[in-house]
Design a protein around this ligand. Structure first.
Ligand code: GAL
Length: 370
């Protein structure tokens, strides 16, 4: 089964958003992508489970070739996709690529990216065949206003690419992104491996909370091979503090969300690395206990998101205690968990006594129970 566990990797997009939230096109180069891939290996993230390097928008040449195939920008990506994929595979990693179902990519729409016919509209099969020929392992297929630009309808349009991938005999994780506009959780599980549930997550606390809130009702829809995707990680980017980064990582883990790092892996701090690579948090994310996390406790700014853990894990539940507020909050663990329950702090591995505990503003704690 493809994506039997939530996919993990690194995606180029969040890294190349500059402070004006416009794509840093000049920085999107083959050299840079390879540097990130090497850093994924050297930093230990690959060993921790991160495996896909996903090249998002802004790699394309202005035009397709005479056979109608997508080409890479000749100066920024001199080896072409195949050359790049081979190098990524040579590092023991997998490769993901971006395309859109309509005529315009999102960078054409919003960042004045130059090109004609870059989208896969009416070229689904030739693109699927190219992806297979190049050895692509993962496709990010991004809506980008195709209903407005091209009059397309989401479900049949995304299905068309799924069918093209099947016809091309592709062994490719199919990751779609329509920002939760058309209730993708209701139809995407049938033929997609993951679907974005929100618009872009930005590297700040209000955006993180907004994104988390949009996950509340989605727990019935994900399962192995088909995951809700609350967007790529912003850990290590923008304004997020270490406590906020922790909250971000913990909530994604109880949601069984795909973990696609989006920071500069060549320059991350040890703290950020240790958070992204933490084996205990990753184990929670990758463990399927029958349902992704949902809210199980709420009291003002204090919330708990919990999910069941599989029997093999040796635990009953994984729970994130989240303080959304601006002041320290108090959780009474005696009231929240049954008397016989034993608790473990995933970060430290230490057992946790069941009294009242303080949690700082914008911080979180990830607990396993048994
Ligand atoms: C957006 C998408 C981002 C990124 C960007 C590329 O629509 O949500 O994740 O792919 O397009 O232009």
């Amino acid at each position: 089964m493809l994506a039997a566990q939530p996919p993990m990797g690194w995606n180029s997009w969040n890294r190349f958003l500059n402070s004006n939230l416009r794509a840093d096109i000049a920085a999107t180069t083959e050299k840079e992508i390879l540097a990130q891939a090497k850093a994924m290996v050297d930093s230990g993230l690959a060993a921790a489970g991160y495996e896909y390097i996903v090249l998002d928008d802004c790699y394309q040449a202005k035009r397709r070739d005479h056979l109608g195939r997508i080409q890479t920008h000749p100066h920024r990506f001199p080896s072409g996709i195949k050359g790049l994929v081979d190098q990524i595979h040579g590092l023991g990693l997998k490769f993901g690529l971006y395309s859109v179902p309509g005529t315009l990519t999102c960078a054409q729409q919003y960042d004045d990216y130059n090109g004609d016919d870059l989208g896969s509209l009416n070229r689904e099969l030739i693109d699927a065949e190219s992806f297979v020929e190049w050895g692509v392992d993962y496709l990010k297929y991004d809506w980008c206003r195709a209903h407005l630009n091209d009059g397309l309808i989401a479900e049949p349009t995304f299905r068309k690419m799924a069918e093209a991938l099947k016809t091309a005999n592709a062994d490719i994780v199919y990751s779609i992104s329509e920002y939760g506009l058309f209730e993708p959780h209701k139809w995407a599980p049938e033929f997609c491996n993951m679907w974005r549930t929100t618009d872009d997550l930005m590297p700040n606390w209000p955006s993180l909370l907004r994104t988390i809130d949009l996950q509340r009702k989605l727990y019935p829809y994900s399962k192995p091979g088909a995951w809700n995707d609350p967007d790529m990680l912003q850990i290590g980017n923008g304004e997020l503090s270490m406590a906020e980064n922790r909250a971000h990582m913990y909530v994604w883990a109880v949601l069984n969300a795909p973990l696609m790092a989006g920071n500069d892996l060549t320059r991350m701090s040890d703290e950020v690395r240790d958070l992204l690579a933490h084996p205990g948090i990753i184990a929670v994310d990758q463990d399927w206990g029958g349902q992704q996390g949902k809210v199980t406790f709420a009291d003002g700014d204090l919330e708990i998101w919990s999910k069941p853990m599989s029997q093999e894990s040796g635990f009953k539940t994984a729970s994130v205690l989240l303080n959304r507020g601006e002041t320290t909050g108090k959780f009474d663990l005696n009231r929240i968990f049954e008397t016989s329950t034993e608790l473990q702090d995933v970060w430290s591995g230490d057992s946790v006594a069941k009294g009242a505990i303080d949690l700082a503003a914008h911080d979180a704690l990830l607990l396993l129970s048994r």
